[in-house]
Design a protein around this ligand. Sequence first.
Ligand code: G2H
Ligand code: MG
Ligand code: MG
Length: 281
Amino acid sequence: MADLWQNAMDYAVAIARKAGEVVRDALRDDMKVMTKSSSVDLVTQTDQKVEQLIIQSVKEKFPTHRFIGEESVAAGEACDLTDSPTWIIDPIDGTTNFVHAFPFVAVSIGFSVNKQSEFGVVYSCLEDKMFTARRGKGAFCNGEPLKVSDQEDIKQSIIATEFGSSREPEAVDKIFSSLRNILCIPVHGVRGAGSAAINMCLVASGCVEAYYEIGIHIWDVAAGSLIVSEAGGVLMDVEGGVVDLMSRRIVAANRRAIAERIVKEIDSFSPPRDDTPPSKQ
Ligand SMILES: O=P(O)(O)OC(CO)CO
Ligand SMILES: [Mg+2]
Ligand SMILES: [Mg+2]
């Protein structure tokens, strides 16, 4: 049977590649850096330009499809996931890296229908790595199949996480408390690429056993989540339930036992949900 969404996925890959070129070119220019939710939540004109480029190109080809885009939501659009085909876009995941030319910067495009993820595309544009996953058909990097690590022992593992963009002392204390607990399991190491999407692709590639974070948004992880699960990994909420991409909390791991062990060590909290409008937070 023909794959209903393969066409859209091929289109997403082509647009992500084009967007990656724009990102790479912009690295050579002077950047105007602006801020959003805090003084360390950065955005540039390139984030906005790339998001518009992606949305405009998709609209031309798929006029009835809907969008959740990081910079459109920042500009006041609703973050609504309905049953309609929806493109979930992070034009630059790793804007802080981009601003500093730290070489992990991704274009992330997720795609959901009936609230189920159909494909995910993460283009790590400075590494020129195209990560893709189609539901039920596996995950790939530059066309090569991906598989999560087969490590069973968390003490022989590397765990990825980030410090986030909140500098509220209570949030920072919780992040450090979780980090301390995880480090002292002990694990081999803790790493962070500075991009949620790339951290998830590192789980899918088997380079790190797990990634967890509180404070990310649906556009950071929509594509990466499918890439992890199609590479054989598991997703979980930081308190152990079913992951909810609007909740801004995620654990992605190579296996359930490692995800569950991480959950035990996380000092959890609940940031305002992505689907709660700012007026109701
Ligand atoms: O650079 P961005 O898109 O703000 O994303 C951050 C997390 O919110 C890195 O993953
Ligand atoms: Mg992001
Ligand atoms: Mg972004």
